[in-house]
Design a binder for this molecule. Structure first.
Ligand SMILES: [Fe+2]
Ligand SMILES: [Fe+2]
Length: 189
C-alpha cells in the first residue's frame, strides 16, 4: 500500500473515531465508558501519528557543527529545506509544491558545495579533491533521482527524500567534519 494512501486511511480512521465519540456521548451519555474509550483511542492514535511524523524530519544537533559559522548556517538551512521537501512530498498532493521544494533544495545544495569548495581551495585544504568527488557523486545521484521523479512522479519522492536526508546527515557528520580542525588551525571559525 502506498504511504500516502496509508496516511489518508489513518486520517479517515481518526475522523470516524471522533464522530463515534460524539455520537456515543450524545446517545449513551457521559457516564458510559464507551465515549471515554473512543476518546482515548482518538488521542492515542493522534499521538502515535505525530510521533511517527517527528522521526521522519531532521533537527539540527550540536554534534553536526563543524565549528565554522557560515558553514553551520548553510547546513542548518539545508536541513530546513529537506524538511520542507519531506512536508511537500507527504502533505501536498500537488506537483507544484514538490517540484518547487525539490528545486530549491538542489539549488541551495549546489550553492553550498560551491561555497565549501571555495573555502577549502582558499585555505589549501589537502583533501580537497576527495571532498569534491563526494560532492560530485551526490549531484550525480540527485540528477538520477530527479529523472526518476520525472518518470515515476510521486512514487519516486520517498526515495529522493530518503537519499537526501541520509546522505546529507552522513556527509556533514563524517566528511565535512574532516576539514574542521584544519580550518580552525588556519583561523577559520
Ligand atoms: Fe561537503
Ligand atoms: Fe557541507
Amino acid at each position: 500500500m502506498k504511504k500516502r494512501t496509508l496516511m489518508i486511511l489513518k486520517a479517515l480512521l481518526i475522523g470516524l473515531l471522533m464522530v463515534a465519540t460524539i455520537l456515543a456521548t450524545v446517545y449513551l451519555g457521559i457516564d458510559s465508558p464507551v465515549p471515554w474509550l473512543l476518546g482515548f483511542l482518538v488521542v492515542a492514535l493522534s499521538a502515535y501519528n505525530k510521533l511517527c511524523d517527528k522521526h521522519k524530519y531532521i533537527s539540527w544537533k550540536q554534534e553536526y557543527s563543524v565549528g565554522i559559522k557560515s558553514i553551520d548556517n548553510e547546513h542548518q538551512k539545508l536541513l530546513g529545506l529537506i524538511n520542507r521537501f519531506l512536508t511537500a512530498s507527504r502533505e501536498h498532493p500537488s506537483t507544484f509544491y514538490e517540484q518547487e521544494a525539490l528545486e530549491e533544495l538542489i539549488d541551495y545544495t549546489r550553492y553550498h558545495f560551491k561555497h565549501e569548495e571555495e573555502l577549502m581551495e582558499k585555505h589549501d585544504y589537502p583533501d580537497l579533491e576527495a571532498h569534491k568527488k563526494e560532492h560530485r557523486k551526490m549531484v550525480k545521484r540527485v540528477n538520477e533521482l530527479v529523472e526518476e521523479y520525472n518518470l515515476r512522479g510521486q512514487e519516486a519522492l520517498e526515495d529522493t527524500a530518503g537519499y537526501l536526508k541520509h546522505w546529507l546527515i552522513n556527509h556533514i557528520r563524517v566528511v565535512d567534519q574532516q576539514y574542521s580542525d584544519y580550518m580552525h588551525k588556519r583561523g577559520v571559525h
